[in-house]
Ligand binder design. Structure first.
Ligand SMILES: Nc1nc2c(ncn2[C@@H]2O[C@H](COP(=O)(O)OP(=O)(O)OP(=O)(O)O)[C@@H](O)[C@H]2O)c(=O)[nH]1
Ligand SMILES: [Mg+2]
Length: 469
Protein backbone atom coordinates (compact mmCIF):
# COMPACT_ATOMS: atom_id res chain seq x y z
CA UNK A 1 0.00 0.00 0.00
CA UNK A 2 1.56 3.37 -0.97
CA UNK A 3 2.43 5.81 1.79
CA UNK A 4 0.22 8.86 1.38
CA UNK A 5 1.63 12.07 2.77
CA UNK A 6 0.29 15.57 2.68
CA UNK A 7 1.75 17.97 0.11
CA UNK A 8 1.16 20.97 2.38
CA UNK A 9 4.22 22.74 3.72
CA UNK A 10 4.15 23.73 7.39
CA UNK A 11 3.39 27.33 6.41
CA UNK A 12 0.61 26.32 4.00
CA UNK A 13 -0.92 24.03 6.64
CA UNK A 14 -0.86 26.81 9.26
CA UNK A 15 -2.52 29.22 6.83
CA UNK A 16 -5.13 26.65 5.84
CA UNK A 17 -5.94 25.89 9.48
CA UNK A 18 -6.29 29.60 10.21
CA UNK A 19 -9.51 29.47 8.15
CA UNK A 20 -11.05 27.31 10.87
CA UNK A 21 -11.25 27.19 14.63
CA UNK A 22 -9.82 24.28 16.53
CA UNK A 23 -9.61 21.50 13.93
CA UNK A 24 -7.40 18.77 12.58
CA UNK A 25 -6.89 17.83 8.91
CA UNK A 26 -7.18 14.19 7.91
CA UNK A 27 -5.92 13.44 4.37
CA UNK A 28 -8.53 11.36 2.54
CA UNK A 29 -7.40 11.47 -1.06
CA UNK A 30 -4.32 12.45 -3.05
CA UNK A 31 -4.68 12.40 -6.82
CA UNK A 32 -1.02 11.61 -7.61
CA UNK A 33 -1.40 8.41 -5.55
CA UNK A 34 -5.07 7.46 -6.00
CA UNK A 35 -5.59 8.82 -9.52
CA UNK A 36 -6.68 12.10 -11.09
CA UNK A 37 -10.17 10.72 -11.74
CA UNK A 38 -13.64 11.59 -10.52
CA UNK A 39 -14.21 7.93 -9.61
CA UNK A 40 -11.14 7.88 -7.34
CA UNK A 41 -12.19 11.18 -5.78
CA UNK A 42 -15.70 9.90 -5.00
CA UNK A 43 -14.35 6.56 -3.80
CA UNK A 44 -12.29 8.26 -1.10
CA UNK A 45 -14.30 11.41 -0.36
CA UNK A 46 -18.03 10.59 -0.55
CA UNK A 47 -19.96 10.65 2.75
CA UNK A 48 -17.02 11.97 4.76
CA UNK A 49 -18.70 15.02 6.32
CA UNK A 50 -16.94 18.42 6.20
CA UNK A 51 -14.03 18.39 3.73
CA UNK A 52 -11.61 20.82 2.11
CA UNK A 53 -10.00 20.54 -1.31
CA UNK A 54 -6.34 21.53 -1.74
CA UNK A 55 -5.42 21.98 -5.40
CA UNK A 56 -1.82 22.85 -6.28
CA UNK A 57 -0.42 24.48 -9.42
CA UNK A 58 3.06 25.27 -10.72
CA UNK A 59 2.53 28.99 -10.06
CA UNK A 60 2.79 28.16 -6.31
CA UNK A 61 -0.90 28.50 -5.38
CA UNK A 62 -2.74 26.14 -3.04
CA UNK A 63 -6.45 26.74 -3.41
CA UNK A 64 -9.77 24.99 -3.26
CA UNK A 65 -13.15 24.71 -1.61
CA UNK A 66 -14.56 23.89 1.79
CA UNK A 67 -17.98 22.36 2.28
CA UNK A 68 -19.64 21.25 5.49
CA UNK A 69 -21.86 18.86 3.47
CA UNK A 70 -21.24 15.33 2.17
CA UNK A 71 -20.44 14.48 -1.45
CA UNK A 72 -23.01 11.79 -2.39
CA UNK A 73 -23.38 12.01 -6.21
CA UNK A 74 -27.10 12.79 -5.81
CA UNK A 75 -27.10 15.03 -8.91
CA UNK A 76 -28.65 17.84 -6.80
CA UNK A 77 -27.52 21.45 -6.25
CA UNK A 78 -26.42 21.69 -2.59
CA UNK A 79 -26.90 24.77 -0.42
CA UNK A 80 -24.26 25.27 2.22
CA UNK A 81 -23.94 28.62 3.95
CA UNK A 82 -20.65 27.56 5.51
CA UNK A 83 -19.01 26.70 2.17
CA UNK A 84 -16.17 28.92 0.92
CA UNK A 85 -13.38 29.01 -1.62
CA UNK A 86 -9.86 29.94 -0.55
CA UNK A 87 -6.40 30.54 -1.92
CA UNK A 88 -2.94 30.52 -0.36
CA UNK A 89 -0.20 32.08 -2.44
CA UNK A 90 3.48 32.17 -1.61
CA UNK A 91 3.51 35.96 -1.38
CA UNK A 92 0.30 36.46 0.63
CA UNK A 93 0.39 36.55 4.41
CA UNK A 94 -3.25 35.72 4.93
CA UNK A 95 -5.21 33.24 2.83
CA UNK A 96 -7.89 34.60 0.53
CA UNK A 97 -11.35 33.47 1.71
CA UNK A 98 -14.36 33.81 -0.61
CA UNK A 99 -17.86 33.22 0.78
CA UNK A 100 -20.67 32.09 -1.57
CA UNK A 101 -23.03 34.51 -3.30
CA UNK A 102 -26.22 34.71 -1.22
CA UNK A 103 -29.01 32.54 -2.60
CA UNK A 104 -26.77 30.50 -4.91
CA UNK A 105 -25.89 26.86 -4.29
CA UNK A 106 -22.44 25.92 -3.04
CA UNK A 107 -21.84 22.98 -5.35
CA UNK A 108 -23.57 20.55 -7.65
CA UNK A 109 -23.37 17.05 -6.21
CA UNK A 110 -22.53 15.25 -9.44
CA UNK A 111 -20.45 12.12 -10.11
CA UNK A 112 -17.95 13.90 -12.37
CA UNK A 113 -15.86 15.40 -9.53
CA UNK A 114 -16.28 18.40 -7.23
CA UNK A 115 -18.18 21.12 -9.07
CA UNK A 116 -18.35 24.42 -7.17
CA UNK A 117 -19.54 26.36 -10.25
CA UNK A 118 -16.79 28.97 -10.05
CA UNK A 119 -14.19 26.22 -9.63
CA UNK A 120 -14.73 22.84 -11.29
CA UNK A 121 -12.21 20.09 -10.53
CA UNK A 122 -11.41 16.77 -12.23
CA UNK A 123 -13.92 17.19 -15.04
CA UNK A 124 -13.17 14.61 -17.78
CA UNK A 125 -10.71 13.01 -15.33
CA UNK A 126 -8.12 15.67 -16.08
CA UNK A 127 -5.59 17.33 -13.73
CA UNK A 128 -7.01 20.63 -14.93
CA UNK A 129 -9.41 23.21 -13.60
CA UNK A 130 -12.33 25.18 -14.98
CA UNK A 131 -12.51 28.68 -13.54
CA UNK A 132 -15.82 30.57 -13.83
CA UNK A 133 -15.76 33.46 -11.31
CA UNK A 134 -19.27 34.78 -10.67
CA UNK A 135 -20.96 31.35 -10.65
CA UNK A 136 -21.72 30.89 -6.96
CA UNK A 137 -18.55 32.73 -5.85
CA UNK A 138 -16.88 36.01 -6.89
CA UNK A 139 -13.09 36.30 -7.16
CA UNK A 140 -10.28 37.47 -9.42
CA UNK A 141 -8.59 34.65 -11.35
CA UNK A 142 -5.17 36.15 -10.64
CA UNK A 143 -5.79 36.09 -6.87
CA UNK A 144 -7.30 32.60 -6.79
CA UNK A 145 -4.84 30.61 -8.93
CA UNK A 146 -2.63 33.06 -10.80
CA UNK A 147 -4.37 32.05 -14.08
CA UNK A 148 -2.57 28.70 -14.00
CA UNK A 149 -5.29 26.09 -14.56
CA UNK A 150 -3.03 23.01 -14.71
CA UNK A 151 -2.99 21.10 -11.42
CA UNK A 152 0.24 19.56 -10.17
CA UNK A 153 -1.52 17.89 -7.23
CA UNK A 154 -5.04 17.57 -5.87
CA UNK A 155 -5.88 16.53 -2.31
CA UNK A 156 -8.96 16.35 -0.12
CA UNK A 157 -8.89 16.53 3.67
CA UNK A 158 -11.61 15.72 6.15
CA UNK A 159 -11.99 18.48 8.73
CA UNK A 160 -12.23 17.03 12.20
CA UNK A 161 -13.37 19.23 15.05
CA UNK A 162 -11.16 19.00 18.11
CA UNK A 163 -13.61 20.16 20.73
CA UNK A 164 -13.29 23.19 22.85
CA UNK A 165 -10.49 25.10 24.45
CA UNK A 166 -10.61 24.75 28.24
CA UNK A 167 -10.41 28.15 29.89
CA UNK A 168 -9.15 26.45 33.03
CA UNK A 169 -6.33 23.96 32.32
CA UNK A 170 -6.81 20.41 33.60
CA UNK A 171 -3.31 20.52 35.08
CA UNK A 172 -1.48 23.56 36.33
CA UNK A 173 1.96 24.26 34.92
CA UNK A 174 4.12 27.35 35.37
CA UNK A 175 5.74 28.29 32.08
CA UNK A 176 8.53 30.42 33.53
CA UNK A 177 12.31 30.27 33.45
CA UNK A 178 12.26 30.09 37.25
CA UNK A 179 10.18 26.91 37.01
CA UNK A 180 12.58 25.41 34.49
CA UNK A 181 15.56 26.12 36.73
CA UNK A 182 13.70 24.66 39.72
CA UNK A 183 12.89 21.46 37.82
CA UNK A 184 16.52 21.11 36.69
CA UNK A 185 17.74 21.57 40.23
CA UNK A 186 15.34 18.98 41.59
CA UNK A 187 16.52 16.43 39.02
CA UNK A 188 20.21 17.24 39.55
CA UNK A 189 19.89 16.98 43.34
CA UNK A 190 17.88 13.80 43.28
CA UNK A 191 19.24 10.88 45.29
CA UNK A 192 17.58 7.47 45.35
CA UNK A 193 16.31 6.56 48.80
CA UNK A 194 18.58 3.54 48.97
CA UNK A 195 22.20 4.49 49.56
CA UNK A 196 23.73 1.73 47.43
CA UNK A 197 21.77 2.90 44.39
CA UNK A 198 23.36 5.86 42.63
CA UNK A 199 21.07 6.46 39.69
CA UNK A 200 17.38 5.87 39.06
CA UNK A 201 16.93 3.65 36.00
CA UNK A 202 14.00 4.57 33.82
CA UNK A 203 13.04 2.23 30.99
CA UNK A 204 11.39 3.60 27.83
CA UNK A 205 9.06 1.10 26.15
CA UNK A 206 6.53 1.59 23.37
CA UNK A 207 5.50 1.00 19.76
CA UNK A 208 7.98 1.75 16.98
CA UNK A 209 8.32 5.42 16.14
CA UNK A 210 6.56 6.58 19.33
CA UNK A 211 9.47 8.85 20.31
CA UNK A 212 11.41 6.81 22.90
CA UNK A 213 14.88 7.68 21.62
CA UNK A 214 13.78 11.26 20.93
CA UNK A 215 12.67 11.62 24.54
CA UNK A 216 16.14 10.77 25.81
CA UNK A 217 17.73 13.09 23.21
CA UNK A 218 15.35 15.88 24.18
CA UNK A 219 15.98 15.64 27.94
CA UNK A 220 19.70 15.37 27.24
CA UNK A 221 19.49 18.50 25.09
CA UNK A 222 17.65 20.38 27.82
CA UNK A 223 20.51 19.66 30.25
CA UNK A 224 23.29 20.16 27.72
CA UNK A 225 21.89 23.54 26.70
CA UNK A 226 21.98 22.71 23.01
CA UNK A 227 20.42 20.20 20.63
CA UNK A 228 21.91 16.69 20.88
CA UNK A 229 21.13 13.47 19.01
CA UNK A 230 23.11 10.74 20.78
CA UNK A 231 20.36 8.17 20.22
CA UNK A 232 19.52 7.49 16.58
CA UNK A 233 15.96 8.49 15.78
CA UNK A 234 13.78 8.47 12.69
CA UNK A 235 11.07 6.55 10.94
CA UNK A 236 11.24 3.18 9.20
CA UNK A 237 9.00 0.15 8.74
CA UNK A 238 10.69 -1.54 11.70
CA UNK A 239 12.30 -0.20 14.87
CA UNK A 240 15.13 2.28 14.26
CA UNK A 241 16.57 1.33 17.67
CA UNK A 242 17.83 -2.25 17.49
CA UNK A 243 20.15 -2.30 20.54
CA UNK A 244 19.44 -2.04 24.24
CA UNK A 245 21.06 1.26 25.25
CA UNK A 246 21.59 2.85 28.62
CA UNK A 247 22.22 6.57 28.60
CA UNK A 248 23.41 8.82 31.39
CA UNK A 249 22.57 12.48 31.17
CA UNK A 250 25.21 15.04 31.95
CA UNK A 251 24.70 18.50 33.37
CA UNK A 252 26.20 20.56 30.54
CA UNK A 253 29.09 19.61 28.25
CA UNK A 254 31.54 17.42 30.18
CA UNK A 255 29.45 18.04 33.28
CA UNK A 256 28.65 15.66 36.10
CA UNK A 257 26.49 12.60 35.49
CA UNK A 258 22.91 13.03 36.60
CA UNK A 259 21.38 10.62 39.12
CA UNK A 260 19.30 9.22 36.28
CA UNK A 261 19.77 6.63 33.53
CA UNK A 262 17.44 6.22 30.57
CA UNK A 263 17.21 2.76 29.06
CA UNK A 264 16.15 2.81 25.41
CA UNK A 265 14.68 -0.28 23.76
CA UNK A 266 13.62 -1.57 20.38
CA UNK A 267 10.04 -0.66 19.48
CA UNK A 268 7.14 -2.98 20.26
CA UNK A 269 5.28 -4.55 17.37
CA UNK A 270 1.92 -6.24 17.58
CA UNK A 271 3.02 -9.65 16.26
CA UNK A 272 4.53 -12.07 18.76
CA UNK A 273 7.67 -12.68 16.65
CA UNK A 274 8.39 -9.02 15.83
CA UNK A 275 9.82 -6.08 17.75
CA UNK A 276 10.92 -6.21 21.38
CA UNK A 277 10.45 -9.67 22.93
CA UNK A 278 8.62 -9.75 26.26
CA UNK A 279 11.14 -12.26 27.66
CA UNK A 280 13.94 -9.82 26.84
CA UNK A 281 11.92 -7.14 28.56
CA UNK A 282 11.69 -9.17 31.76
CA UNK A 283 15.47 -9.63 31.66
CA UNK A 284 15.81 -5.86 31.26
CA UNK A 285 13.53 -5.34 34.29
CA UNK A 286 15.84 -7.60 36.31
CA UNK A 287 19.00 -5.87 35.06
CA UNK A 288 20.28 -8.93 33.20
CA UNK A 289 20.77 -7.29 29.80
CA UNK A 290 24.00 -5.44 29.08
CA UNK A 291 24.26 -2.07 27.39
CA UNK A 292 24.50 -2.37 23.57
CA UNK A 293 22.89 -5.81 23.48
CA UNK A 294 21.69 -6.34 19.89
CA UNK A 295 18.07 -7.45 20.11
CA UNK A 296 17.10 -10.45 18.05
CA UNK A 297 13.52 -11.04 16.96
CA UNK A 298 14.40 -14.71 16.36
CA UNK A 299 14.84 -15.57 20.06
CA UNK A 300 15.21 -13.85 23.42
CA UNK A 301 18.62 -13.66 25.13
CA UNK A 302 19.57 -16.86 26.95
CA UNK A 303 21.21 -16.72 30.38
CA UNK A 304 24.47 -18.24 29.09
CA UNK A 305 24.86 -15.79 26.19
CA UNK A 306 27.58 -13.04 26.29
CA UNK A 307 25.03 -10.17 26.46
CA UNK A 308 23.56 -11.65 29.67
CA UNK A 309 24.69 -10.04 32.89
CA UNK A 310 24.56 -12.64 35.63
CA UNK A 311 25.55 -10.76 38.74
CA UNK A 312 23.18 -7.91 39.21
CA UNK A 313 22.47 -5.51 42.04
CA UNK A 314 19.60 -3.17 42.71
CA UNK A 315 21.55 -0.59 40.65
CA UNK A 316 21.00 -2.63 37.48
CA UNK A 317 17.27 -3.16 37.93
CA UNK A 318 14.59 -0.98 36.38
CA UNK A 319 13.14 1.42 38.93
CA UNK A 320 10.45 3.03 36.78
CA UNK A 321 9.03 2.20 33.36
CA UNK A 322 7.59 4.73 30.94
CA UNK A 323 5.23 3.57 28.22
CA UNK A 324 5.85 5.92 25.30
CA UNK A 325 2.82 6.37 23.05
CA UNK A 326 2.30 8.68 20.06
CA UNK A 327 -0.77 10.84 20.87
CA UNK A 328 -1.83 10.79 17.19
CA UNK A 329 -2.02 6.99 17.30
CA UNK A 330 -3.90 6.43 20.57
CA UNK A 331 -7.09 5.49 18.71
CA UNK A 332 -5.12 3.23 16.37
CA UNK A 333 -3.63 0.98 19.07
CA UNK A 334 -4.67 -2.49 17.92
CA UNK A 335 -6.07 -5.20 20.15
CA UNK A 336 -2.83 -7.18 19.69
CA UNK A 337 -0.75 -4.20 20.81
CA UNK A 338 -3.01 -3.60 23.81
CA UNK A 339 -2.72 -7.28 24.71
CA UNK A 340 1.07 -6.93 24.57
CA UNK A 341 0.86 -3.89 26.85
CA UNK A 342 -1.29 -5.92 29.26
CA UNK A 343 1.33 -8.71 29.42
CA UNK A 344 4.11 -6.16 30.02
CA UNK A 345 2.05 -4.38 32.64
CA UNK A 346 1.36 -7.63 34.50
CA UNK A 347 5.07 -8.53 34.57
CA UNK A 348 6.07 -5.03 35.69
CA UNK A 349 3.40 -5.10 38.43
CA UNK A 350 4.66 -8.46 39.65
CA UNK A 351 8.12 -6.95 40.03
CA UNK A 352 6.80 -3.80 41.72
CA UNK A 353 7.97 -1.47 38.93
CA UNK A 354 5.98 1.78 38.87
CA UNK A 355 4.71 2.75 35.44
CA UNK A 356 4.04 6.09 33.82
CA UNK A 357 2.71 6.92 30.34
CA UNK A 358 4.44 9.50 28.15
CA UNK A 359 2.09 10.82 25.49
CA UNK A 360 4.43 12.19 22.80
CA UNK A 361 3.90 14.33 19.69
CA UNK A 362 1.22 16.50 21.30
CA UNK A 363 2.31 19.19 18.84
CA UNK A 364 1.33 17.01 15.88
CA UNK A 365 -1.84 15.69 17.48
CA UNK A 366 -3.47 19.04 18.20
CA UNK A 367 -2.89 22.18 16.09
CA UNK A 368 -3.77 24.34 19.07
CA UNK A 369 -0.82 22.79 20.92
CA UNK A 370 1.36 22.80 17.78
CA UNK A 371 0.83 26.56 17.63
CA UNK A 372 1.57 27.10 21.32
CA UNK A 373 2.72 24.30 23.64
CA UNK A 374 1.29 26.21 26.61
CA UNK A 375 -2.14 25.11 25.38
CA UNK A 376 -1.35 21.48 26.14
CA UNK A 377 -3.55 21.36 29.26
CA UNK A 378 -6.19 23.62 27.68
CA UNK A 379 -6.82 21.26 24.77
CA UNK A 380 -9.95 19.14 25.12
CA UNK A 381 -8.52 16.88 22.43
CA UNK A 382 -5.33 16.14 24.39
CA UNK A 383 -7.33 15.66 27.58
CA UNK A 384 -9.57 13.19 25.71
CA UNK A 385 -6.56 11.24 24.41
CA UNK A 386 -5.01 11.12 27.91
CA UNK A 387 -8.28 9.76 29.32
CA UNK A 388 -8.56 7.23 26.50
CA UNK A 389 -4.99 6.02 27.13
CA UNK A 390 -5.58 5.84 30.85
CA UNK A 391 -8.68 3.69 30.28
CA UNK A 392 -7.25 1.41 27.61
CA UNK A 393 -3.99 0.76 29.48
CA UNK A 394 -5.64 0.63 32.91
CA UNK A 395 -3.30 3.28 34.31
CA UNK A 396 -4.66 6.19 36.39
CA UNK A 397 -4.93 9.51 34.54
CA UNK A 398 -2.48 11.13 36.96
CA UNK A 399 0.21 8.79 35.55
CA UNK A 400 -0.33 10.01 31.98
CA UNK A 401 2.03 12.83 31.04
CA UNK A 402 1.90 14.67 27.70
CA UNK A 403 5.25 15.76 26.21
CA UNK A 404 6.67 17.22 23.07
CA UNK A 405 10.11 15.98 22.03
CA UNK A 406 12.53 18.00 19.98
CA UNK A 407 12.20 16.81 16.40
CA UNK A 408 13.05 19.52 13.90
CA UNK A 409 14.13 22.47 16.06
CA UNK A 410 17.62 23.92 16.03
CA UNK A 411 17.30 25.80 19.31
CA UNK A 412 15.95 24.85 22.71
CA UNK A 413 12.55 26.21 23.73
CA UNK A 414 11.65 26.92 27.33
CA UNK A 415 8.11 25.51 27.11
CA UNK A 416 9.33 22.25 25.56
CA UNK A 417 11.96 21.91 28.30
CA UNK A 418 9.43 22.56 31.08
CA UNK A 419 7.10 19.82 29.85
CA UNK A 420 10.00 17.36 29.42
CA UNK A 421 11.52 18.15 32.82
CA UNK A 422 8.13 17.86 34.50
CA UNK A 423 7.84 14.35 33.06
CA UNK A 424 11.31 13.49 34.38
CA UNK A 425 10.45 14.67 37.91
CA UNK A 426 7.34 12.49 37.79
CA UNK A 427 9.52 9.52 36.80
CA UNK A 428 11.80 10.18 39.77
CA UNK A 429 8.81 10.39 42.09
CA UNK A 430 7.67 6.99 40.87
CA UNK A 431 11.21 5.53 41.10
CA UNK A 432 11.08 6.63 44.76
CA UNK A 433 7.95 4.52 45.22
CA UNK A 434 9.96 1.55 43.94
CA UNK A 435 12.75 2.23 46.45
CA UNK A 436 10.27 2.76 49.26
CA UNK A 437 8.72 -0.62 48.50
CA UNK A 438 12.14 -2.27 48.59
CA UNK A 439 12.64 -0.79 52.04
CA UNK A 440 9.24 -1.84 53.40
CA UNK A 441 9.56 -5.31 51.77
CA UNK A 442 12.86 -5.87 53.54
CA UNK A 443 14.72 -5.92 50.17
CA UNK A 444 18.41 -6.74 50.02
CA UNK A 445 20.58 -7.26 53.09
CA UNK A 446 23.16 -4.83 51.79
CA UNK A 447 20.62 -2.12 51.39
CA UNK A 448 21.57 1.03 53.20
CA UNK A 449 19.05 3.73 53.64
CA UNK A 450 19.65 7.42 53.76
CA UNK A 451 19.15 8.90 57.16
CA UNK A 452 18.15 12.51 57.45
CA UNK A 453 21.65 13.38 58.67
CA UNK A 454 23.35 11.72 55.65
CA UNK A 455 22.31 14.04 52.89
CA UNK A 456 20.17 16.98 52.17
CA UNK A 457 17.87 14.96 50.02
CA UNK A 458 14.89 16.67 48.39
CA UNK A 459 11.78 15.23 49.98
CA UNK A 460 8.78 14.43 47.84
CA UNK A 461 6.81 17.42 48.98
CA UNK A 462 9.56 19.70 47.70
CA UNK A 463 9.52 18.07 44.31
CA UNK A 464 7.66 19.62 41.47
CA UNK A 465 4.50 17.67 41.04
CA UNK A 466 1.89 18.45 38.43
CA UNK A 467 -1.45 19.01 39.99
CA UNK A 468 -4.55 17.47 38.44
CA UNK A 469 -7.36 19.97 38.67
N1 LIG B 1 6.60 16.49 16.04
C1 LIG B 1 7.13 15.57 16.85
N2 LIG B 1 7.88 14.59 16.33
C2 LIG B 1 8.40 13.67 17.18
C3 LIG B 1 8.18 13.71 18.58
N3 LIG B 1 8.82 12.66 19.15
C4 LIG B 1 9.42 12.00 18.15
N4 LIG B 1 9.17 12.60 16.96
C5 LIG B 1 9.61 12.13 15.64
O1 LIG B 1 9.11 10.80 15.48
C6 LIG B 1 10.04 10.00 14.79
C7 LIG B 1 10.32 8.73 15.59
O2 LIG B 1 11.00 9.08 16.79
P1 LIG B 1 12.01 8.08 17.54
O3 LIG B 1 12.49 8.78 18.76
O4 LIG B 1 13.04 7.53 16.62
O5 LIG B 1 11.00 6.94 17.95
P2 LIG B 1 11.34 5.56 18.71
O6 LIG B 1 10.20 5.31 19.63
O7 LIG B 1 12.69 5.60 19.32
O8 LIG B 1 11.28 4.54 17.48
P3 LIG B 1 11.99 3.09 17.32
O9 LIG B 1 13.38 3.15 17.82
O10 LIG B 1 11.89 2.88 15.82
O11 LIG B 1 11.13 2.10 18.06
C8 LIG B 1 11.28 10.87 14.57
O12 LIG B 1 11.23 11.37 13.25
C9 LIG B 1 11.13 12.00 15.56
O13 LIG B 1 11.71 13.21 15.11
C10 LIG B 1 7.36 14.78 19.10
O14 LIG B 1 7.07 14.88 20.31
N5 LIG B 1 6.87 15.68 18.19
MG1 LIG C 1 14.34 4.43 19.07
Amino acid sequence: MPVVTSGLSKDQRTKLMSLFGHVRLHLLYKASVHGFTAAAFHGYCDKQGPTIIAAYNAAGFVFGAYTSKDYTQSGQAVSDEEAFLYSISAGGNKPLRVAGITGQSAFTDVGTGPNFGALVFLQDDQPALQSNPGTGFHFQDANMHGNDLVLTEFEVYRIEGLGDFLEKPWRKIQWTDEKKQQLMKVIQNYQPEIKTVHQARVLLVGPIGAGKSSFFNSVNSAFRGNMTSQAITGTAGTSVTTQFRTYTIKAGRGGEAMPLIFCDTMGLEENADAGLDTDDLVNIFKGNIKDRYQFSTAAPLLDDAPGFKKNVTLNDKIHCMAYVVDTCKVSLLSKKMLDKFAVIRKKANQMGIPQIVLMTKVDEACPLVGGDLKNVYHSVYIQGKARQLSETLGIPLSFVVPVKNYSEELDLEQDVDILLLTAVTQMLNYADSFFENQVTDGGSDQMELYRSSDHIRPVLSERCQTEVV
